[in-house]
Design a protein around this ligand. Structure first.
Ligand SMILES: Cc1ncc(COP(=O)(O)O)c(C=O)c1O
Length: 389
């Protein structure tokens, strides 16, 4: 029977017999607790900034090992509010990888700033620090834009190289935001995502590592003064103690109480979920043909495994062969951002980001979720091996 695709995943991939991601299996496991939490919100009726929101923020801060969590309406808002607080706008350059989802780049553009696309490391797929330095220097030389900020993305769940990127930002006087939309729960050098950069944004989009049943996101920081501003910005710029005192131009970017209630249950189950996904990734790692490349493991870092991505020059043939066997796959991302019509004017054209351009022609995401059992993983691996001949 055809399955409904979760929003954000191509429907075509879900008409196959295996699910690409199985949110229903997770709900079946957590149903009594989730249903009870939803009922509790319906009973108290505080749908906006109800008690579950503060409870979730405290639980997220404890899990991520940070002082402050500000929940917001989406991962995009989690990126936008810190940029608004820094008053990033016209004339400013924001450096970000060319191999990412559009949300990373749309935030600076929406604020009137310009994205400067930077190439990625061919082994981790994350922002290449040397390319970042070169892009900052070139932007300063050209003189048209003022370098202001860097958004580093933890692509496919692996933290970016924050020690190197943080040092560049400190030296250049740039504001650093970690786009951890795909990496909630990942870690590097014994610190979880949230504590790897001065400010981190994450997403609770349903298919993300920690997913709500709707949109949601959070900002993590160790800086209470920043958190205070983000809380004000998410509530129309109002004073946090007096909602009718408007201190700044803000927006409506609050997380719904109902989503906070659901996320509290899912956060409790998250260590188990992450362990299960990590075990699926380990099985793929151990059994896929050695010739098929995948993002490198980085010493001291643990991925959040939202996806399991492989690289093959015969990507389209492998995708078709798997589809014929009822195995759905997806391509994240088919084009680097500077090849997208909406962003072409900010980029330097074909050949300007050779690694990102090559990856977009080779990457393929295999099914990945906590309920993928060993026989099914083995079936997928066998299908990939067959397709590669
Ligand atoms: C890298 C990246 N950044 C930002 C976002 C935006 O998150 P949201 O969809 O919650 O706005 C996403 C996901 O959609 C993403 O993958």
């Amino acid at each position: 029977m055809a399955r409904r695709a979760p929003i954000g995943y191509p429907a075509a991939t879900m008409t196959q017999s295996l699910p690409f991601i199985d949110l229903q299996a997770q709900y079946r496991r957590l149903k009594p607790a989730i249903d009870a939490r939803i009922q509790a919100v319906l009973a108290h009726g505080r749908f906006i900034l109800g008690p579950e929101v503060a409870e979730l923020e405290a639980a997220l801060s404890a899990y991520c090992g940070v002082r402050e969590t500000v929940t917001v309406a989406s991962g995009t808002e989690a990126l936008r509010l810190p940029m608004m607080a820094e008053e990033i706008g016209p004339g400013d350059a924001v450096f970000l990888p060319g191999f990412t989802y559009t949300a990373t780049a749309e935030v600076p553009v929406a604020l009137g700033a310009e994205p400067v696309f930077v190439d990625v490391d061919p082994t981790t797929y994350n922002l290449d620090p040397a390319a970042l330095e070169a892009a900052i220097a070139a932007t300063r030389r050209a003189g048209r834009l003022r370098p202001r900020a860097v958004i580093a993305v933890d692509l496919f769940g692996l933290p970016a190289d924050y020690p190197a990127i943080g040092a560049i930002c400190a030296r250049e006087g740039l504001f650093l935001v970690a786009d951890g939309a795909q990496s909630f729960g990942a870690s590097a050098d014994n610190r979880r995502v949230g504590g790897l950069a001065p400010v981190t944004a994450t997403s609770f989009f349903p298919a993300k590592p920690l997913g709500a049943y709707g949109d949601g996101g959070a900002i993590f920081t160790d800086d209470p003064a920043r958190a205070e501003i983000y809380r004000s910005l998410r509530f129309h710029g109002s004073n946090n103690a007096d909602r009718y005192e408007i201190e700044r131009i803000g927006t409506n970017a609050r997380l719904d109480t109902l989503q906070a209630a659901i996320l509290l249950v899912k956060l409790g189950a998250y260590p188990d979920e992450l362990a299960r996904r990590t075990a699926v990734a380990a099985r793929y790692d151990a059994t896929l043909p050695a010739a098929i490349r995948r993002p490198a493991c980085v010493e001291g870092a643990e991925s959040a495994w939202p996806l399991y991505v492989v690289e093959t020059p015969r990507r389209d043939a492998v995708k078709a062969a798997l589809a014929a066997q009822g195995i759905p796959t997806a391509i994240y991302y088919p084009k680097p951002l500077h090849f997208q019509p909406a962003y072409a004017r900010f980029g330097a054209g074909p050949g300007s980001l050779p690694i990102a351009e090559a990856l977009c022609a080779k990457v393929l995401a295999l099914p990945m979720h906590a309920d993928l059992d060993a026989p099914t993983t083995d079936r997928i691996v066998a299908a990939v091996a067959d397709a590669l001949g």
